[in-house]
Design a protein around this ligand. Structure first.
Ligand code: SAM
Length: 288
């Protein structure tokens, strides 16, 4: 049994963040925990073994990825139930952030197994911290749907979201996604593209969406690597005009429909945030 902490006679599941590019970004605490647990559950064991070896760590690894997650979970749970401690890592960054691990963490909570975070890199936070876009309110949407129709529909739903939007994207789809974002969210929306963070070809491109879509469409080098796309809220003038339109649609629907139905429909028609419309509808009903 390892030197890692044991709680209630059960082991601890450590959820450990690992580098998103630069291997020096593994924290000293992550190193100590990874070197002391009985088992490391990793997405791609070959990739993770290389990363661990780089830090002089040799541990037994079990592969836990999106296709075998439920089967392997039982094996990991058995280890934890018998007092052994396990570290969950993914190929890069923080597990569960667009990465496997959610069913395992939920099952640990269900069984009273302690789950402890070992925080560190995540492309989401790293990108936001350098984007120059507002970070007081942001909404993470992971990867957009692969199919263009579904992707465009999702973007339509997000048009009125009053927060900085954050997406992960791959090199295969970055050009198409940026083109759709510029068309649906608005070419003048402030945005930032973070490419290959912490790696040799790191690039942070703050520019309106239309410009970003153009740059990526015309330069094949800019389509290489891993990406985080961040989109700020619509410029104030356009936004308030859209809000006024949404309020007018809401007012008309409220004349014909019950409040909830009117709000839902107005939100679908205009892309405006449902909660804001709900508050507006209550205000219309009880002015002052
Ligand atoms: N769990 C990871 C995290 O905490 O960031 C994310 C895993 S997800 C499967 C992989 C995606 O994260 C990539 O397609 C890319 O969108 C983003 N990503 C990961 N590393 C990155 C990097 N170094 N630079 C930019 N984006 C990155």
């Amino acid at each position: 049994m390892s030197r890692a902490a044991v709680s209630n006679g059960k082991g601890v599941l450590y959820v450990v963040a690992t580098p998103i590019g630069n291997l020096e970004d593994l924290t000293p605490r992550a190193k100590r925990i990874l070197a002391s647990v009985d088992l490391v559950a990793a997405e791609d064991t070959r990739h993770s073994r290389r990363m661990l070896r780089h830090h002089g760590i040799e541990r037994s690894l079990v592969s836990l990825h999106e296709h075998n997650e439920r089967q392997v979970m039982q094996r990991v749970i058995d280890q934890l139930e018998s007092g052994r401690s396990v570290a969950l890592i993914s190929d890069a960054g923080t597990p569960l952030i667009s990465d496997p691990g959610f069913p395992l963490v939920r099952e640990c909570h269900r069984r009273g197994i302690r789950v402890s975070p070992v925080p560190g890199p995540s492309a989401l936070v790293a990108a936001l911290s350098v984007s120059g876009l507002p970070t007081d309110r942001f909404c993470f949407h992971g990867f957009l749907p692969r199919q263009q129709a579904a992707r465009r529909e999702r973007l339509e739903q997000l048009r009125g979201e009053p927060a900085t939007l954050v997406f992960y994207e791959s090199s295969h789809r970055i050009a198409g996604s940026l083109a759709d974002m510029a068309e649906i969210l608005g070419a003048d929306r402030p945005a930032c593209l973070a490419r290959e963070l912490t790696k040799q070809h790191e690039e942070i491109l703050p520019a309106p969406l239309g410009e970003l879509a153009g740059v990526v469409a015309t330069d094949p080098l800019r389509r290489k690597g891993e990406f985080v796309v961040m989109v700020g809220t619509a410029p104030e003038a356009g936004r308030s005009q859209r809000m006024q339109e949404a309020d007018r649609v809401l007012e008309l629907l409220l004349e014909e429909l019950p409040l909830r139905q009117a709000v839902a429909l107005a939100s679908r028609i205009t892309g405006e945030n449902r909660n804001r419309l709900y508050e507006q509808a209550l205000e219309n009903k009880n002015p002052g």
